[in-house]
Design a protein around this ligand. Sequence first.
Ligand code: KG4
Ligand code: ZN
Length: 337
Amino acid sequence: MYVLGVETSCDETGVGIVEGKRLIINETYSQIVHKEYGGVVPELAAREHIARIYTVARRAFEKSGMTPSDINAIACTRGPGLIGSLMVGSLFARALAQSLNKPFVSVNHLHAHLLTPLFADPDFEFPYLCLLASGGHTILAVVWEPLKIEVLGKTLDDAAGEAFDKAGVLLGLPYPAGPLIDKIAKGGDPSRYRIRQPNVKGFNFSFSGIKTAFLHIVNDLRRKGGNELVGSERAHLAAAVQSAIVEHLISRLRKAIKIYKPRRVAIVGGVAANSCFRARAQELAERYSLKYVAPPPQLCTDNGAMIALAGYFKLIAGRRSSITESPRARLPLDEFI
Ligand code: KG4
Ligand code: ZN
């Protein structure tokens, strides 16, 4: 079964095609209009999706050598996300499904991220412990089956990616700062600046304390030596904040491994593209002799292929969505899978 997936929940315009669990093609356009704003500007994002969606879809067909009539079903992100952006993808996908007279199924964006370990290894078995860290969400969950997910914990304030991006603003980096911090941090010493780990109960996360501590460090430096001093310390600052964010993520994962004793563990979402996080998660998995995967970086960030994959699992379970169904900005995992 060939499923085409459409993703437009935030600032990536994505179209992907899967054949069952197998990835055929994944085409993404990452919007650059937000660079100077330090975050995604919703109105600009929606307009960019309108401008790009058709080209991205056409490229997916051209590169895969497929035509719309080869597709068996269309999947699309229903939410959560920016409502204007969601609307663009949803209308595009529903129109395509209707014009081709093919089944349509809508997908929870978070659910789709949680299934991306299968792109790293199609035989990765269920259940697995999965840490989703992205720009909008940080969730620790057990993926029991493709359509059965148990959330163990989530962030009480900012998301991990948001923490990277806000730290980037303080360092004068353009949005999204996560990938840049990853790069810059390679030349820095993470122990040069101390950032205390948050003290959060259970499996929940909190990044606001790290953000505030980092703000104080940067402000102190600025008082002592202006922007010049902050600039010359940038690699160490990036390394310190990256290390604090990653260690917090790893601490929850370690706790869940100790208590739940899973056999398999995965990290997903945009922040799972972070080289330090990937290395630390792998180390942890090896220490507990667990099978570990992280999807390739381009499938960690938002993409259409993961929507197609989640759509595939819903379709084989007999699920269909109405062509009149509208997207939802807020869509918790326990309400819609
Ligand atoms: O999953 P994603 O594409 O979108 C959401 O669903 O939010 O994640 C985007 C987030 C951004 O905050 C970005 O800064 C972060 O993922 N990110 C990274 C890296 N690549 C992307 N953060 C740290 N290191 C990276 N290499
Ligand atoms: Zn996402």
